[in-house]
Design a protein around this ligand. Structure first.
Ligand code: FAD
Length: 468
């Protein structure tokens, strides 16, 4: 009997989760579809329409909502195949990440048609109107209220940390529609139009120098009754779906999914532009199989031989450390391997989720665990990157001209990425639910530990003490 190459861990996991030939077929289908349809001279709007309606913009969505019902890991392979082909990738943003899957899960067929179609085709951009000055971790304590006025609801209140609110056509709004019931029961979920006199969006500048998020003031803002997702008082369950998509989408382990350089929605102004202007020209290339560098019998391929020793950023940091001599420091080498390992653990966990899902099971708390893991990863990237570049790490560029000057002075083209990641590293442990809240959820809902004592599940919201 011939000797086989010893199986890698990934190969064993693939053995456990079963045949990947369906994915190979799907990737083949994507490549054929791209050969037929990608044309750099199409407008962004037209290209995204073709991509979205074919089910390639959001393959994880169910088949009745412009998706193909595949796992997140497989969707990463599809997105990477689109990029490798040299085509413009799917519209990114909170519409595709959060609003689309939430409405696909909780919306009516009419709402799926009205909202999800415009999300997968990039026609409309979305923001998430959840957090308030007094309601972040304690989101169910929110005070923005919506009162019924005929066929419409009138909304008053303030939201904060609204990422991309300044370029959003629509917002996922949660507002209080009944204060006489306990706080989780009196919340409703709406799709609100942002372009109206009652919605005032004001940018907030963060320490990276960018203004990614905003505060949003709602003053007699209007939202139609048929824009309520899942009925009055059911908003908490719908919001929890959005938060679950946020945790799993932002957590470690999704692989490095290619994202579009063009911005969706009517405000950013990219829809009428030429799609080809958003991609770097390259020769179309086919990836024959979803496996990374290994054929079914374990033999290595050309792709594996060119694979870097470490994954992603760890590999690039190692190269800088080799150039400036920091690699001689054993603690730097140990942290490089730690960074690589965290990325790999996330990737393997993602395969575990896929395997569990294939057999109809779930792994409780995995979304929370992968979000916590992402927090560790970004903190390690921050600390390790800054240690490797040393005093140069104090030079952060706030615009393109500064970036070019700093690159020239230091001879480090990666410096801007390292300082940007270091400054932004504070954000992932906060957004989508802080690290402490993830641990609370794992403790209470997964490990069955006793909840913190409080009576907010039985007391009417109007009688509870308020945060502000
Ligand atoms: C970059 C960024 C983008 C964001 N984008 C959006 C967005 O688009 N839309 C949106 O709605 N929100 C957004 N947020 C807001 C985010 O969801 C909140 O910041 C987060 O939920 C924390 O709420 P908070 O800021 O009010 O902090 P608080 O809830 O006031 O928490 C303060 C501290 O107390 C701790 N804490 C609170 N309660 C508990 C508890 N019960 N047990 C243990 N510790 C606790 C927290 O962990 C934290 O350390 C964004 C935040 C960031 C940083």
């Amino acid at each position: 009997m011939p000797l086989r190459t010893p199986p890698t861990f990934e190969w064993v996991i693939r053995g456990l989760i079963g045949d990947t030939s369906n994915m190979s077929d799907m990737l083949e289908e994507v490549h054929d579809w791209l050969d037929e349809n990608w044309d750099p001279d199409l407008s962004v709007a037209r290209w995204w329409e073709l991509l979205g309606l074919a089910g390639w913009a959001a393959p994880t969505y169910p088949t009745n909502a412009y998706g193909r019902g595949v796992s997140r890991g497989d969707a990463v392979l599809v997105a990477n195949a689109i990029s490798e082909h040299g085509a413009l990738n799917a519209p990114g943003g909170l519409g595709l990440l959060l609003a689309g899957p939430t409405i696909a899960e909780h919306g009516t067929p009419d709402q799926i048609e009205r909202y999800v179609r415009d999300i997968v085709t990039g026609k409309k951009a979305w923001c998430q109107l959840f957090s308030e000055p007094g309601a972040g971790s304690d989101l169910a304590g929110l005070q923005a209220k919506a009162e019924q006025d005929g066929e419409e609801w009138m909304v008053n209140g303030q939201k904060v940390w609204t990422s991309a609110g300044h370029i959003a056509d629509l917002g996922m709004l949660i507002a209080r529609t009944d204060s006489t019931v306990p706080k989780h029961q009196g919340i409703s979920y709406f799709a609100i139009e942002m372009d109206q006199p009652g919605v005032d969006v004001r940018p907030l500048r963060e320490m990276t120098g960018r203004a990614l998020f905003n505060e949003v003031f709602l003053t007699d803002a209007r939202v139609a009754d048929d824009a309520m997702i899942s009925g009055k008082g059911n908003g908490w369950a719908v919001a929890n779906s959005t938060l679950a998509y946020e945790r799993s989408g932002l957590g470690a382990g999704g692989g490095s999914q290619s994202t579009s350089a063009a911005t969706p929605g009517t405000i950013a102004g990219d829809l009428a532009k030429r799609a080809g202007d958003f991609v770097t020209a390259r020769a179309p290339k086919k990836q024959p199989s979803p496996s990374k560098g290994e054929t079914a019998d374990g033999a290595t391929t050309r792709r594996e031989r060119s694979t870097p020793r470490l994954s992603g950023l760890a590999d690039r940091l190692a190269k800088i450390a080799e150039q400036n001599g920091m690699i001689a420091d054993a603690t730097i080498r140990a942290d490089l391997v730690r960074l690589h390992s965290l990325g790999e653990i996330g990737r393997i966990n993602n395969l575990r989720v896929k395997g569990a899902r294939a057999s109809g099971a779930t792994i409780p708390g995995m979304g929370n665990i992968s979000k916590l893991s992402m927090s560790h990863l970004v903190r390690l990237q921050r600390d390790l990157g800054l240690r490797i570049v040393g005093a140069n790490g104090m030079l952060h560029a706030y615009d393109a001209a500064d970036r070019a000057a700093i690159t020239e002075a230091t001879g480090m083209p990666m410096l801007g990425v390292i300082t940007e990641l270091a400054l932004f590293a504070q954000a992932p442990p906060i957004y989508g639910g802080t690290d402490q809240i993830q641990r609370n959820i794992i403790g209470e809902r997964v490990l069955g530990l006793p909840k913190e004592p409080n009576n907010d599940r039985v007391t009417p919201f109007a009688e509870l003490p308020k945060n502000v």
